[in-house]
Design a protein around this ligand. Sequence first.
Ligand SMILES: O=C(CO)COP(=O)(O)O
Length: 253
Amino acid sequence: MAERPYIVGNWKMNGTRAMLSEARAIDRAAQRYMKVEVAVAPPYTLIHAVHKEAEQIGVGAQDCHAGPEGAHTGDINAPMVADAGAKFVILGHSERRQDHAETNECINAKIESAIDAGLRVILCCGETLETRDAGKAEEFVLGQLKAALPKFEDPAERLTVAYEPIWAIGTGRTATADDIAAMHGAIRQLLVDTYGEEASAMVRILYGGSVKPENAREILATPEVGGALVGGASLSAESFLGIVVGASESDES
Ligand SMILES: O=C(CO)COP(=O)(O)O
């Protein structure tokens, strides 16, 4: 990998204050792997507490509302997560698209509001198995990105893309190295076309979907894979740190 690998734990709807000990363990151990950028996105309820624990790791949110503060019961906007200590936000995750009917346009609005609030953004994309089997995976993923990518001239410093094939999330299945390389290559080309060669070179493309300590090294050594977005395996410090170690080793290879 050319750039510093970025390993991000997405805790999804998991974690009470009992999880703070895992965050602390991740943070302390991450100090030994400075060549890897490590971050976690706990649920909203833990952002501030994890932020207080974290000396080394980045802390982010899993979503935010696109609008200014106001009458939206139960919602949390970008300035609010930034105030809680988040430095980034994951947007467009397939579980949000599915559970909350989020469209590419709504995700685009969220990205712009997050960038306005000074947050970095991890924009997720990925196809269903049906779409892949129909031979339309690339067209679908690039369509998601074209519609959601921010229109600012140079958001590259603030942007990370995560490719997460839906059929690989939480299933134990991972895409083959060839499939990952092909999709990441297509995403890279879209970024170059959108932001130019220099700015897009700063955008890392993460892979997500059943990344574990056992497969991390191989996945992270795949061309154009700049890191991993990790769900299940990020819930214990031991397995998450196994992936961080894999990233530090694949960086040396
Ligand atoms: O959705 C994911 C991360 O955002 C991936 O989840 P798993 O690692 O549990 O497959």
